[in-house]
Ligand binder design. Sequence first.
Ligand code: K1U
Ligand code: ZN
Length: 185
Amino acid sequence: MSLLDIRVLGDPILRQDTTPVTEVTDELRRLMDDMFETMYAAKGIGLAAPQVGRTERIAVIDVDDNPFVVVNPEIVHAEGTIKGEEGCLSIPEVYGDVERSARVLVRALDRRGKPFEIEATELLSRCLQHEIDHLHGKLFLDYLGPFKRRSALSKWQKEKEKYPEGIRRLSAEEIARHHHSDEEL
Ligand code: K1U
Ligand code: ZN
């Protein structure tokens, strides 16, 4: 498995729609494995393909030690609204409160290409919505009001200096931390 570079805000791929997957191949399963490894090393709970420079409609999620992949996910039902804080692995150190649906029913294909449905609330529901947005070029910043959006973007103006090439290459320290946490298992 390999760690992938994470694209940061400003990379046009984060604003593009993705292409539905027509067949889940071994190559895509290797991509999913690499995405999981990258997500764990970056201490995330989700990661979508555009964040690692890919255009396929795929995301990986692990909330509460329940890892799964969603291929071509669609929200088929949503209920209620709830506000909560979000971050994004592509906009490090920037956070904002986002109003989302409280409960969602998502239909997707799994890593073998088999259809499944997942009903989610709380953090899993938020994470699914955040990742599905990524697959359509949408970011949590887009939900902020003008004042909070401006202040989030101004924080990012400073943070982005850490990523002169527009990519977040996980540091040796993050990678070492990731390997140590593997040994603790
Ligand atoms: O897609 C991403 O950028 C990953 C992002 C997903 C996400 C975070 C918060 C709410 C919804 C979705 C992250 O994983 S950022 C890391 C993070 O904020 C977090 C980590 C553990 C628990 C809660 C949040
Ligand atoms: Zn994100």
